[in-house]
Design a protein around this ligand. Structure first.
Ligand SMILES: N[C@@H](CCC(=O)N[C@@H](CS)C(=O)NCC(=O)O)C(=O)O
Length: 221
C-alpha cells in the first residue's frame, strides 16, 4: 500500500510540469496510471469542462488518488504535488533536509517553475503569436536567460553530479525537463556545461528514463 493508492496522473507526454511529477513518482516507486490530456488536439483538451473541473488553471498535471471511505483526492501544481509525494511516500528524499541546501533547491526549482516555463508554455506562446510576436524567439530568449542563472547556481561550491547534492532532488526534477525544452527551442547549450552534465547524470537513472516523454503512452515520436 503506497501513500497514494490507485494514483492517476492527468498529463501530456511533452509537458515539462507533468514530467516533473512522473520523475517524483518513479523515484519513490509509486505505481500510477497516466491519463493523457492532449494539449493541442481539439483546440486543447486541457480547456475541456472535465479538465477544468479537475484543474482550476485548465492545465496539466493533475494527480488524483483514492482515500479510505471511497473518496478521491486531487492536487494540481507540480511542485505542490512533489511536496506531497515526498511527505507521504517512503523512498529517497526529494527535498533536501539541510535548510540552506533545501532553500537553494527551491531557488533553482522556482527559476524554472516561475521564471522560465510559464514564458514558454503553449498558452503563452499562442498569445505571443496572436499579438504578432515571434513565439519561437520569445521562448528561446526566456530559456537562455534562465539557463544562465541556473548554470551559475549549480556551479557554486560543489562538484556533485546533481543540482545541489549527491542525489536528484526537486531542483533536478525541474532542470531536466527544462533542458529538453531548451533543445526543442534550439538554445545553444555550450555556455551551460554543468547543466548539460547534470542532465546527462539524471538521464542514466531508471526513474528518469521511465519518465521521459518519448516512452509515455501518448508519445508522438
Ligand atoms: N505551475 C504549473 C504549470 C502547469 C503548466 O504550465 N502546464 C502546461 C504544460 S507544461 C499546460 O497545461 N499548458 C497548456 C495551457 O496552459 O493551455 C505546474 O507546475 O503544474
Amino acid at each position: 500500500m503506497t501513500g497514494l493508492p490507485n494514483a492517476r496522473l492527468y498529463a501530456y507526454w511533452r509537458s515539462s510540469a507533468s514530467w516533473r511529477v512522473r520523475i517524483a513518482l518513479n523515484l519513490k516507486q509509486i505505481p500510477f496510471t497516466v491519463v493523457p490530456v492532449h494539449l493541442v488536439r481539439n483546440g486543447g483538451e486541457q480547456k475541456s469542462a472535465e479538465n477544468r473541473e479537475r484543474n482550476p488553471m485548465a492545465q496539466v498535471p493533475t494527480l488524483e488518488w483514492d482515500v479510505p471511505g471511497g473518496q478521491t483526492r486531487r492536487l494540481t501544481q507540480s511542485l505542490a504535488i512533489v511536496q506531497l509525494v515526498d511527505a507521504l511516500c517512503p523512498g529517497p528524499a526529494l527535498i533536501p533536509s539541510d535548510p540552506f541546501v533545501r532553500a537553494r533547491a527551491w531557488e533553482i526549482a522556482e527559476i524554472v517553475n516561475s521564471g522560465i516555463q510559464p514564458l514558454q508554455n503553449t498558452g503563452t506562446l499562442a498569445a505571443v503569436r496572436e499579438l504578432g510576436g515571434d513565439a519561437a524567439k520569445f521562448a528561446h530568449d526566456a530559456i537562455e536567460k534562465g539557463l544562465h542563472a541556473l548554470e551559475r547556481l549549480v556551479s557554486e561550491g560543489h562538484e556533485s553530479s546533481f543540482c545541489v547534492g549527491d542525489a536528484p532532488c526537486v531542483a533536478d526534477l525541474c532542470v531536466v525537463p527544462q533542458m529538453y525544452n531548451a533543445r526543442r527551442f534550439s538554445v545553444d547549450l555550450t555556455p551551460f556545461p554543468r547543466l548539460v552534465a547534470i542532465d546527462a547524470a539524471c538521464a542514466k537513472l531508471s526513474a528518469f528514463e521511465l519518465s521521459h516523454p518519448d516512452v509515455q503512452p501518448d508519445a508522438e515520436v
